[in-house]
Design a protein around this ligand. Structure first.
Ligand code: PTJ
Length: 265
């Protein structure tokens, strides 16, 4: 990574994540739009408190169970997650027997190949969706995301789409697929439309998801089905919005009473 972040900086973790994306942009895997998307994510992470909540952990458990139950699960990789969590993507693919497919909002400029190379360096053996292998089309999507691999997203029953745009989420749900996402914004169309939404930073959620899959791997199908059955995305999203609301109300009250709220910037 080009930029060294001082461990003493009060926002060192956040700056390190930013540096990973800046590096991803420099080596041609993250798009300009990916940088904007990250800025939005950062803002919501600030509001959530930059930690994984119990609410997110519940969604992670449901996501892990759902991936283990799927007959044909696919993990859709874009330019942001390839820059932020390449090792965890490959680890998850191995642990839950999920196929990796590169699927981009904006193709071209060698991005797919650059992402495939990062995934291979992280240990991936098979990567779908590269070049001509993305020969099938999902209707109703305007962006390059419509191009999918006939061995992957096209026939998948469950698609994990960390950081996704609303159009494709909607199209995948309409096709009857189970859609799992990670999105820091509980109000986004993707968060609202998905089957399971993990409201957390992908950098924190992915290692936990890998760990949870490993923990649940030997559970019976009945036990896994029960985990999925008791999870309600509507309820979880409502709670995630409530968590932000409660936190902001508490911080505002602290400011009023003691003038000593949390550090900004
Ligand atoms: O690489 P590409 O071309 O496939 O494009 C990828 C992006 C992410 C640019 C594309 O899918 C896109 O435009 O997505 P959106 O519509 O901007 O949505 C991204 C969502 O992810 C937003 O709701 C952000 O708040 C959220 N987000 C951003 N960074 C993170 C995040 N959620 C979790 N963890 C993050 N680090």
């Amino acid at each position: 990574m080009d930029e060294e972040v001082s461990p003493d900086h009060p926002r060192a973790t956040s700056l390190r994540i930013r540096a990973k994306l800046a590096h991803g942009f420099k080596i041609g895997i993250t798009s300009t739009f990916g940088l904007f998307a990250h800025g939005r994510g950062e803002a919501f992470d600030y509001l959530i408190g930059e930690e994984t909540t119990d609410n997110a952990e519940r969604a992670i458990r449901a996501a892990a169970a759902s991936l283990l139950l799927a007959r044909h699960p696919v993990l859709s990789v874009n330019g942001n997650v390839a820059a932020l969590v390449p090792l965890e993507l490959v680890e998850l693919a191995a642990a839950a027997e999920v196929k990796l497919e590169v699927n981009l909002y904006h193709r071209g400029g060698g991005r797919e190949e650059a992402i495939a190379s990062v995934l291979r360096k992280s240990g991936a053996k098979e990567i779908l969706g590269i070049g001509e292998s993305a020969s099938a089309t999902i209707p109703e999507i305007c962006s390059d995301r419509r191009r999918v691999d006939p061995k992957g997203i096209l026939i998948a029953d469950t698609v994990f789409v960390p950081l996704e745009d609303g159009d494709r989420t909607e199209a995948l749900v309409k096709l009857g697929k189970t859609v799992i996402t990670v999105d820091l914004n509980p109000l986004s169309r993707t968060a609202q439309m998905s089957t399971i939404t993990i409201v957390d930073n992908v950098v924190r959620a992915m290692p936990l998801l890998v760990e949870t899959v490993k923990q649940l791997k030997d559970e019976s199908k009945t036990a896994l089905k029960e985990i999925v059955k008791v999870f309600s995305n509507e309820q979880n999203l409502s709670e995630a919005i409530g968590i932000i609301n409660t936190r902001l109300t508490r911080l505002a009250r602290q400011k009023r009473t003691s003038n000593s709220g949390e550090d900004e910037g």
